[in-house]
Write a protein that binds this ligand. Structure first.
Ligand code: ATP
Length: 557
């Protein structure tokens, strides 16, 4: 299929806000795709890689300017100027290619396959360990070559995909429904969702849809292909907790550690974070703990990795532990400074996928395969009860021991990847903070003029797949943190207008605040009063939802 057909469909998708129309446009595209279906579905998700691979092309907006310049022969200044005027680098790429096309006699036709192959190839180059400069040069040349053979509109969407900023307002639900419509007259949405939950790979699900519903049903969870973690709803009281999860329920301590999904395949251990990053290398102690203390050669355990102080054995908060996630050098040293205990709480694969079996059974199986060892591997503190009083006692005990509170879990429920379903709920006494994406910032003045100061925070609107502003944050940060934030945000800048910049919503911060107010001045309709930085949430890739902001707003009154 010609890539121009995709660009046209993307333009139509951009032009409508209505979900049903979006689904129809996508479904038509999918129906026409034939052999290119898998590639096409990936492109619609905004990246050429399946979700479980957790890959990124690693191209910043600034680098893309260089690439466009190489592709079109226009100067970087002119491109940056157009980018500023148009407000979007995709439109700037389109305009530059347009100018070039006028001077060109022939355009090459590009196909969807070529686009996806090239983008994937460039990413592989990145992973192949070539020296940084060679690698970067080659990547830029390959991408420039692709843009130079594109038509203007094709270039618009290529540019956006390259910087991971497609923004068509289509979420997973829309892609799922479009597949159902394209191949099953709108039926089997639920089964398609399930297949996606198990595989975390829309390309594979789409191929299965083409073969028929039986194939979709046959897709399964596989080892070393991480799935999204099941998330928890928040409740305010024990009574409310029981209403959500039923009686009797499992009650666990809630630890302030790092969520890790650990896969054991033929005895080999891989550790994934909740963002599906492979952090096996950073946690050799976790690998060892699993090798020594998990009696299964093929399983997936869901765990919380908790750091402790090597001097006195006391728990350390996630913020400190999170240092270990990013660190690629001096791992042994850091391991000694911040040792960890693995605390398993769920089992989703044991020689075969078991995530559809009730939690009570999964927990029993987990108990069977974990052999506990002080400070190394310990099941979470866990009880099963129907009595509120007993839950209250556990809650107190958990808090006294310095933990965050408790989790209440349905004993009957299956494991539902990626969803904040009420199969497990959390009960914490502290004021709820919000995890928000930085979506914009402002260059400071005076002494700090090369730092990004004021930060614009956004929550995620699930319905329209976009980020909406909920507040500005300028306090609670040390000079060091301002510098750190500036470094993190610079490569993510998508638009600059005077001192104000817009950035891709990839840096997530946990914000405290006085209260939430309704506000017409912010696109979300809500404003946080006096938001303060609590910590970076390196472990998260998506901000809290608009719905959560709404709920918190309603809960306070
Ligand atoms: P929070 O900021 O409260 O940790 P969150 O948004 O990071 O919330 P939630 O899914 O809402 O994540 O809360 C559940 C998290 O609590 C899990 O992701 C996991 O990392 C952690 N956790 C700690 N102890 C447990 C436990 N016993 N069972 C399940 N999750 C646990």
């Amino acid at each position: 299929m010609r890539y121009s057909r995709v660009a046209e469909a993307f333009e139509d998708l951009e032009a409508t806000q209505k979900n049903l129309e979006k689904t129809d446009i996508l479904a038509e595209l999918f129906r026409d795709a034939d052999d290119e279906l898998a590639n096409l579905v990936l492109l619609s998700t905004g990246t050429p890689f399946p979700a479980w691979k957790n890959m990124d092309l690693g191209v910043s907006s600034k680098t893309l300017v260089k690439i466009i310049s190489k592709a079109t022969g226009r100067s970087e200044d002119e491109i940056t100027e157009t980018w500023k005027n148009e407000g979007d680098l995709g439109l700037a790429a389109e305009a530059m290619v347009e100018k070039k096309t006028q001077q060109r006699l022939m355009t090459q036709e590009i196909t969807v396959e070529k686009v996806v192959d090239r983008l994937q190839k460039v990413a592989d180059t990145q992973a192949s360990g070539l020296s940084q400069s060679v690698d970067q040069d080659k990547k830029q040349r390959e991408l420039a070559d692709l843009i130079s053979s594109a038509e203007p509109k094709e270039a618009r969407y290529l540019a956006r995909i390259i910087i991971n900023n497609l923004r068509l307002g289509i979420g997973e639900g829309t892609i799922r429904d479009a597949l159902a419509e394209a191949f099953f007259d709108g039926e089997h949405s639920e089964e398609i969702q399930k297949a996606y939950d198990f595989t975390n790979d829309f390309a594979e699900v789409a191929e299965a849809c083409r073969e028929g519903i039986e194939k979709v049903r046959s897709l399964e969870l596989e080892l070393e292909r991480p799935i999204k973690s099941m998330l928890a709803k928040k409740v305010e009281t024990i009574e409310e907790g029981f209403e959500e999860v039923g009686k009797p329920a499992a009650i666990d301590y809630k630890y302030d550690g790092m969520r890790a999904q650990i896969h054991v395949k033929d005895g080999g251990v891989t550790v994934f974070t909740r963002r599906l990053e492979d952090v096996t290398e950073q946690f050799p102690d976790v690998v060892e703990a699993v090798e020594e203390n998990i009696e299964s050669e093929n399983c997936i355990i869901d765990t919380e990795i908790v750091g402790y102080d090597p001097e006195d054995g006391s728990m350390i908060p996630f913020q400190k532990l999170s240092k270990r996630i990013k660190r690629k050098y001096e791992i042994q040293k850091l391991k000694a400074q911040i040792p960890v205990t693995v605390r398993p709480f769920d089992l989703i694969y044991l020689d075969e996928p078991i995530l559809e079996r009730p939690y009570s059974e999964r927990w029993r199986e987990l108990q069977e395969i974990v052999s506990e060892e002080e400070k190394v591997m310990k099941l979470v503190d866990h009880a099963e009860t129907s009595e509120e009083e007993k839950v209250g006692e556990m809650q107190q005990a958990s808090l006294s021991a310095g933990h965050e509170g408790i989790m209440m879990k349905s004993l009957e429920a299956e494991y539902k990847p990626g969803n904040r379903v009420g199969y497990m709920v959390k009960l914490k006494p502290v004021m709820e903070t919000l995890d928000l994406a930085i979506i914009g910032a402002k260059w400071s003045e005076g002494r700090r003029s090369d730092w990004l100061g004021r930060l614009y925070l956004g929550c995620y609107d699930e319905e329209n797949d976009e980020y909406l502003e909920v507040g500005k944050m300028a306090t609670g940060l040390t000079d060091e943190q301002f510098q750190e934030i500036t470094e993190k945000l610079k490569p993510l800048i998508t638009k600059e207008d005077g001192r104000k910049v817009e950035v891709r919503p990839e840096v997530i911060v946990e914000a405290e605040y006085e209260e939430i107010q309704e506000s017409p001045n912010y696109s979300s309709g809500y404003a946080l009063r006096f938001p303060r930085m609590k910590q970076f949430r390196e472990d998260k890739e998506q901000a809290d939802s608009l719905q959560k902001v709404k709920n918190l707003y309603e809960d306070q009154s």
